[in-house]
Design a protein around this ligand. Structure first.
Ligand code: IPE
Ligand code: IPE
Ligand code: MG
Length: 243
């Protein structure tokens, strides 16, 4: 009898950096006649499962899109429910992630969040700063355009103050002023839920990322689906503009 061999790390070229657009929570809830907030709760719980799995199989950088700069336009009730959920999640993360070798970083303008949440963000970053395993970037109030606008402002400041000359403005100088400075670009971006768009995620960094879309709503996305995405990634031929 032939048994299907489970994919082991090392069997396939593993992306160093994976991005996930966690989408489909609302539709997941709707299908079950539940409020959208119930979908977000299920999504947050799945986020933990997938994060742990990614770290276990040796992904070095994982960036997850949790809240976009455009998501503030949702009904106040939904935004409030999300903020409560973020707080609960981060409190749990402080306890649980203590045992995991994951370094948590936040990308996006977190200054717009309520003070209590901002404090928690700082505590989570500090508590995991010395971890040596997977880097987890949590994109919260993140937008690719806002990130690039911020980089332009930082460049201008540095030119004005003489830290940087005008001639030194180039791709490296820009990349160094993004939230992901010092990290490799994402090799693979996964979007569940059936939508096939970037929605302002990692605009600069995704220049040569491979995209994998799934017709699965985020709360239903399993570790096996991540494995499937990694298999698809391994079968792609990346050319970076070469022949
Ligand atoms: C993603 O799920 C979570 C956030 C954007 C915060 P959605 O809430 O966008 O779910 P759908 O797309 O409406 O199903
Ligand atoms: C993208 O999902 C943002 C996050 C998953 C956090 P959206 O649901 O906000 O994107 P659109 O509106 O479908 O493009
Ligand atoms: Mg959505």
């Amino acid at each position: 009898m032939q048994t299907k061999k489970k994919a082991e790390p090392g069997d396939r070229p593993l992306p160093a950096h994976v991005g996930i657009i966690m989408d489909g929570n609302g539709r997941w809830a709707k299908k079950r006649f539940l409020p959208r907030s119930a979908g977000h709760k299920a999504g947050a719980s799945n986020f933990r499962t997938i994060t742990r799995y990614a770290s276990q199989i040796g992904i070095k950088y994982l960036t997850v899109y949790a809240f976009s700069t455009e998501n503030w336009s949702r009904p106040q009730e939904e935004v409030s429910a999300l903020l409560v959920l973020f707080r609960q999640y981060l409190e749990e993360a402080l306890r649980d992630f203590a045992e995991e070798n994951i370094r948590v970083r936040f990308i996006g303008d977190t200054s717009r969040f309520p003070q209590e949440l901002r404090q928690l963000i700082r505590r989570v970053e500090e508590a995991s700063a010395s971890k040596t395993g997977m880097v987890l970037n949590l994109a919260m109030n993140y937008g690719g355009r806002a990130e690039l606008t911020r980089a332009v402002r930082l460049l201008l400041q540095d030119v004005k103050s003489g830290v940087l000359s005008e001639e030194e403005i180039g791709e490296e100088a820009i990349a160094a002023r993004l939230y992901t400075a010092g990290q490799p670009d994402p090799d693979l971006i996964i979007r569940p839920s059936g939508e096939e768009r970037l929605s302002n995620f990692l605009l600069w960094q995704s220049a040569y990322a491979e995209f994998v879309y799934f017709d699965i709503l985020w709360p239903d996305f399993r570790p096996e689906d991540l494995d499937k995405a990694l298999d698809i990634y391994a079968s792609r031929q990346r050319r970076f503009g070469g022949a």
